[in-house]
Design a protein around this ligand. Structure first.
Ligand SMILES: Cc1ncc(C[n+]2csc(CCOP(=O)(O)OP(=O)(O)O)c2C)c(N)n1
Ligand SMILES: [Mg+2]
Length: 296
């Protein structure tokens, strides 16, 4: 399948692939009995758009030095990336059954030494944008045309290193660097605002009351607000970001409004489904919610 921007895959195909991806996340984690759910489901529409439409890269040539790069800085969402890579042909779908096992290529967090097609090892939050900025700098030094995309979580922005990278990317005018923020409004826990044990789970957006777009703008980035579940909109805006023209030497960030646990009735908006293992009954419900004719 041609994945260059403007490829002839339809929006309907992409929506269907995203629902299949969500199913693979839930069913794989249920089978292997460990893993994250909420973030993988919120990121799925964006990952499918990237891998099937935006990114100029070929699964049969994972080491192509000219490929667009993708870094999943929120590495705990690895199962979402593996599911999309499997659907795209980087690995057999059946291999997902080895997820998170000791000898698997599919570690609980991405390990680029094991799985061809990964561009960075991630999992310790806060680091991916710095790695991406380094790739973007080196691309410029070598005169290469590829773009580096980095997906971050909103909770991840509590890591100070993110902000060092935001400043650095602007200072070096890295207009070949694109950040995508999955603004699902939730992270692993809430804030302990009143000192009570359970108030860790207050469900507040880690960036509640803060205008992240204005902050990025202040750092000198192009800021694009998108609906992270609107695949036609994502196609248009991601592809536009994969061109150098009109950026005035600025890095671009997509502030993507998303819903954690998207697409499945019992996980959507539920902070407790940051991670979790679905029961058989829940899997059957998920299959219905996703509109898929697949066996549990
Ligand atoms: C440096 C570091 N601290 C803590 C963790 C544990 N951790 C894993 S996921 C997570 C919450 C991340 O929230 P967010 O970035 O919003 O991700 P999403 O909601 O998209 O899953 C935390 C604190 C980690 N992986 N790395
Ligand atoms: Mg989040």
């Amino acid at each position: 399948m041609n994945t260059t921007p403007g490829s002839d895959i339809t929006d309907v195909d992409l929506v269907r692939l995203a629902q299949e991806g969500r199913w693979l996340v839930l069913s794989t984690v249920a089978r292997t009995k460990a893993g994250h759910i909420g973030g993988p489901l919120s990121a799925m529409d964006m990952l499918v758009t990237l891998y099937f439409d935006t990114l100029r890269r070929d699964p049969s040539r994972p080491d192509d030095p000219d490929r667009d790069r993708f870094i999943l800085s929120k590495g705990h969402n690895a199962i979402a990336l593996y599911a999309v890579m499997a659907l795209r042909g980087y690995l057999p779908v059946e291999e997902l059954g080895t997820f998170d096992q000791g000898n698997s290529r599919l570690q609980g967090h991405p390990d680029l030494l094991r799985l061809p097609g990964l561009d960075a090892s991630t999992g310790s939050l806060g680091q991916g944008l710095a790695v991406g900025a380094g790739m973007a700098l080196e691309a410029r030094r070598q005169g290469k045309e590829f773009t580096t995309f980095v997906m971050l979580g909103d909770g991840e922005h509590q890591e100070g290193m993110v902000w060092e990278s935001v400043a650095c990317a602007s200072r070096y005018k890295l207009d070949n660097l694109v950040a995508i923020i999955d603004r699902n409004g939730l992270q692993q826990y809430g804030w302990d605002l009143d000192g009570g044990g359970d108030s860790r789970f207050d469900r507040l957006d880690p960036w509640a009351g803060m205008n992240l777009s204005a902050i990025y703008r202040g750092f000198g980035w192009n800021v694009v607000e998108v609906d992270g579940h609107d695949i036609p909109e994502l196609r248009r805006s991601f592809s536009a970001a994969n061109k150098r023209s009109g950026k005035n030497g600025r890095p671009t960030v997509f502030m993507a409004r998303t819903s954690k646990g998207r697409g499945v009735s019992f996980t959507e908006g539920e902070y407790k489904w940051h991670n979790g293992v679905a029961t058989d009954a829940q899997l059957a419900q998920a299959r219905l919610d996703l509109g898929l004719e697949v066996e549990v």
